[in-house]
Write a protein that binds this ligand. Structure first.
Ligand SMILES: C[S@@+](CC[C@H](N)C(=O)[O-])C[C@H]1O[C@@H](n2cnc3c(N)ncnc32)[C@H](O)[C@@H]1O
Length: 181
């Protein structure tokens, strides 16, 4: 789902960049993220800063996708060296089965009404020994941001426990995040 204007602005801010760089990337690294010679797909790439960070780990290929045209236009403008697609994560049909080594998500599933469909698609696209690295906020964090900053997250049944359960059922190989997911 498209971001509200306040959240869209916040996603372009320095604190968001710092969070991605000094918290989420180190957490993924600590969990074993290694992209050398890997085919990488980033879901919900936003305005592309993740591509910049992930590229430092020398993947064989990188594609970032996002459902929001404004985000992808910004990403293409800032980082023309990377490939970005306007695409809903619920439909990854343009990617072949078992074609990606690593799929990365920086805080996106809680925006997707049918987030289980997105996970099904990720499972299909990951290679048998592939890995999913993801970071998502807790329900309480989502409520705080909505109450204080009017970010207006979609009303879905997304939650870390539900996510955990669904991943345990579906993923061939999963790496779960350190925020308690
Ligand atoms: C909280 S922002 C995070 C953006 C970026 N990953 C970051 O960390 O700055 C969530 C992103 O997910 C994207 N998004 C929401 N629903 C989506 C969907 N169904 N498919 C793909 N991207 C989606 C939004 O457009 C937005 O860019």
């Amino acid at each position: 789902m498209k971001l509200s204007t306040p959240e869209f602005r916040a996603m372009q801010s320095l604190p968001r960049r710092l969070g991605q760089r000094f918290f989420e990337m180190p957490m993924f690294r600590q969990m074993g993220l290694d992209l050398q010679n890997k085919d990488v797909l980033e879901i919900g790439c936003g305005s592309g800063y993740g591509a910049h960070l992930l590229n430092q780990l020398q993947p064989k290929s990188y594609i970032g996708l996002d459902v929001m045209t404004e985000q992808v236009e910004l990403a293409r403008k800032k980082y023309p060296q990377f490939k970005f697609l306007i695409q809903d994560a619920e439909d990854l049909s343009q990617f072949e089965n078992e074609s990606k080594d690593v799929i990365i998500i920086f805080g996106v599933l809680h925006h997707i009404p049918n987030w289980r469909k997105a996970i099904d698609e990720i499972t299909r696209v990951l290679k048998p020994n592939g890995s999913l690295f993801l970071e998502e906020p807790r329900g309480v964090d989502i409520k705080v941001f909505d109450a204080f900053f009017r970010w207006g997250h979609p009303n879905t049944d997304f939650g870390l426990n539900a996510l955990d359960e669904y991943l345990a059922k579906g993923l061939k190989s999963s790496t779960r995040d350190g925020l308690r997911c």
